[in-house]
Write a protein that binds this ligand. Structure first.
Ligand code: NAD
Length: 492
């Protein structure tokens, strides 16, 4: 086991100390304790990982898909055996509750399971006699070295949106995880090592912007997968594309939920609270704005405020804790600043989570659940991704107006509607410009065998993470057209 305070790279099948000096402190967000230091990452560290991946590619690509997936079956087994250990590590470095950490890891493991289907998923197609005596076939082939750059909020799950598919398709892989949460993914990579996977097929390189830029510029890297905030997504999309790489970049979000007057009150309140306050609002699918329509305004405002006020906030490892801290002191300060701004711009804080104090955890980055009622359309909060436990409640006089509010957002990650009406739900599903849509579902997170979608400012690219989209992203199509005239054949 790697000690909790050591951040190491995994390159060519060996663990090594990054060459750069200390970069970022890694904190336990619940206690404020420094639990390690992430390096800045250097072009040399990245080059070492990419070279190892390049060297491993020819043999790995030649291994039949059915043999490649045997490593994934072993990986899945090891993830199950070490499930609790990894979940605890996620809670310690990210702050989410143990239940949430387990949920995240489960969703990650599901991607390993789906990638085990690669002998079917990667198949091409053929047609005999596209012209007389001529057959045409499409084969999918791996790209070479591919890289993923991932965010802090799902330390284990998001790397697993990419890694299993990339290697199952025959690529070799370099991962640059978030410098704020380097430990859980190191545990996951230790398990990959235990599968006996050939050296260099999976590599881990730590660091921040210098490491990212080196990956974006390295000529041997064929494809980049990114998940993180929209400004960085936009930057990575442009720079990697300018370098001729295939890119998929999932960005930030501002998700809305529409509550119609006929929604089931109890279920809606429960689900919206889970969506807004789960993972302390640090989910790209977190509901940030509830748009109440007509009579829903009064009952929803009261029920969500009551429920939010009852949530137990604390260290994610603690018994019965329902919401953990934010990732850093800077995040806490930023979120509290946005609550202040919303209030100054005309919203009423029906519940104000600023200054939350947890006994015994005075240095933790806690912000309590917050409900901001009546955020005006002109407020900065309308467009800002808060990424904290803050639910804005706004009111619309009709379903059309609610849809219009969502349509005007520059983001398009997810939206949900709560209603008892199939017709209203169908209209919403049909018209709403977001990539993930929930109907009486608060966190519309696609299963591993569906693409994790996202539109507008929440996604840059064409093919999404997970499932068939991942297979398309990590392979190129080769079309072969063949003629074999009878008269050219030797007689047998
Ligand atoms: P972030 O953009 O700060 O960091 C993401 C990754 O980019 C990290 O590995 C980081 O090292 C790197 N990075 C940061 N700044 C960089 C820069 N200037 N140049 C090059 N690389 C840089 O994101 P975060 O704070 O770790 O994660 C939270 C964000 O991720 C939120 O905006 C959230 O909505 C988004 N997110 C989106 C999805 C999705 O599926 N759309 C999923 C999870 C998180």
């Amino acid at each position: 086991m790697i000690a909790i305070d050591e951040v190491r790279d995994y390159v060519g099948g060996a663990w090594r100390r990054p060459s750069s000096a200390r970069g970022t402190d890694v904190l336990n967000p619940a206690t404020g304790e420094v639990i390690g230091q992430s390096p800045e990452g250097t072009p040399e560290d990245v080059a070492a990982a990419v070279n190892a991946a390049s060297a491993a590619f020819p043999d790995w690509r030649a291994l039949p898909p059915a043999e490649r997936i045997q490593y994934l079956f072993r990986f899945k087994q090891l993830l199950e055996e070490h499930f609790e250990d990894i979940a605890r590590s996620i809670t310690i470095e990210n702050g989410k509750t143990l239940g949430e950490a387990r949920g995240e890891l489960r969703r990650g493991v599901e991607n390993v399971e789906v990638a085990c289907g690669i002998p079917i998923l990667m198949q091409g197609y053929t047609l005999e006699d596209v012209a007389r005596g001529i057959d045409e076939s499409m084969f999918r082939q791996p790209l070479g070295v591919v890289a993923a750059i991932t965010p802090f909020n799902f330390p284990a799950m998001i790397p697993l949106w990419f890694l299993p598919y990339a290697i199952a398709c025959g690529n070799t892989f370099v991962l640059k995880p978030s410098e704020r949460v380097p430990f859980s993914i190191a545990r996951v990579v230790e398990l990959i090592e235990q599968t006996g996977l050939p050296r260099g097929v999976v590599n881990l390189v730590n660091g921040g912007k210098p490491a990212v830029d080196a990956l974006l510029d390295h000529p041997a890297v064929q494809a980049i997968s990114f998940v993180g905030s929209s400004p960085v997504a936009r930057y990575i999309y442009a720079r990697a594309a300018a370098n001729g790489k295939r890119v998929q970049c999932q960005g930030g979000a501002k998700n809305h939920v529409v509550v119609l007057p006929d929604a089931d009150r109890e279920t809606t309140t429960q689900i919206v609270a889970d969506s807004a306050y789960g993972c302390a609002g640090q989910r790209c699918l977190a509901v940030s704005v509830a748009v109440t329509v007509g009579d829903a305004r009064d009952w929803f405002r009261k029920s969500i405020t009551d429920l939010a006020a009852s949530l137990k906030v604390g260290d994610g490892l603690g018994n019965g804790v329902q919401m953990g801290p934010l990732i850093t002191p800077a995040s806490k300060q930023r979120v509290e600043g946005l609550i202040a701004k919303g209030s100054a711009e005309g919203a009423t804080a029906a519940l104000d989570g600023r200054g939350a104090k947890i006994t015994g955890h005075e240095r933790g980055n806690f912000v309590g659940p917050t409900v901001l009622d009546g955020v005006p359309a002109s407020s900065e909060l309308t467009e800002t991704e808060i990424f904290g436990p803050v639910l804005s409640v706004i009111h619309a006089s009709s379903e059309e107006q609610a849809i219009d509010i969502i349509t005007r957002s520059s983001y398009g990650n997810a939206s949900s509607i709560f209603t008892g009406s199939g017709a209203a739900a169908r209209r919403f599903r049909n018209q709403i410009p977001t990539g993930n849509v929930g109907v009486n579902i608060g966190v519309a997170a696609p299963m591993a065998y569906f693409p994790f979608s996202g539109w507008k400012g929440s996604f840059f690219g064409v093919l999404h993470a997970q499932g068939r989209d991942a297979v398309e992203f990590y392979t190129d199509k080769k079309v072969v057209i063949e003629r074999w005239p009878k008269e050219w054949s030797r007689k047998f």
